[in-house]
Design a protein around this ligand. Sequence first.
Ligand SMILES: [Ca+2]
Ligand SMILES: [Ca+2]
Length: 218
Amino acid sequence: MAVNKDGSLLQVWSVWDPALNADVIMGQLLAFDGEVIRGPYVISSGWANAQDPSVAALEDGRFVVTYTTSDGSGTGIQGQILAANGHYNPLTSFSVNDLKSGNQTGSEVIARPGGGFSVFWDGYGSTSDRIDIKGRDFGSDGSASLPEYRVNTQTGSSEGNSTATYLTNGRMVIAWSSSSTRAEGEVYNYLKFRILGGGAIPSTPSRSFPSTRGASTS
Ligand SMILES: [Ca+2]
Ligand SMILES: [Ca+2]
């Protein structure tokens, strides 16, 4: 859920819709005192399963919701901007990920103080690199100024479970888990993070903390 400047709260969740025969993203907008302003109502578009929503309140009082659904090649990340009163135009739903091949999942959207927003997700970057943490920055009008970028700097490893937040100094921090298999067959798991410039291409190398060292997979 996300709270905007006037105290309105947008809750989002995924539920099975028997009429559509698929999961849809539902939303409900509440006033600061808990009175229902709108909903519950369907936010996602399309006929495929829509799951795992994330929501953020934008600087100007609107909301942005991202979720996982079909993008023609497995799953992908779709986004929708809603007015402060919860209204949205179904035709303005937009695709977040540039690279469509394979599955993109686990999106998290965060609002930037300048009015735009950034989305992070887990997805295939190239077929040789398994899953990466990907990010993309959007302006306040919902248009992407730059292509998606890879957040993790290590290659040949599997990344996932990303989470992101804004720092008071105007930068973003993204944390995730990383797993790589050494030559001897042992799996090493790490917690990693990276600090990015606000609404810009990744600006610093990623740093990591070893978390666990698992058993051999061989
Ligand atoms: Ca895809
Ligand atoms: Ca990877």
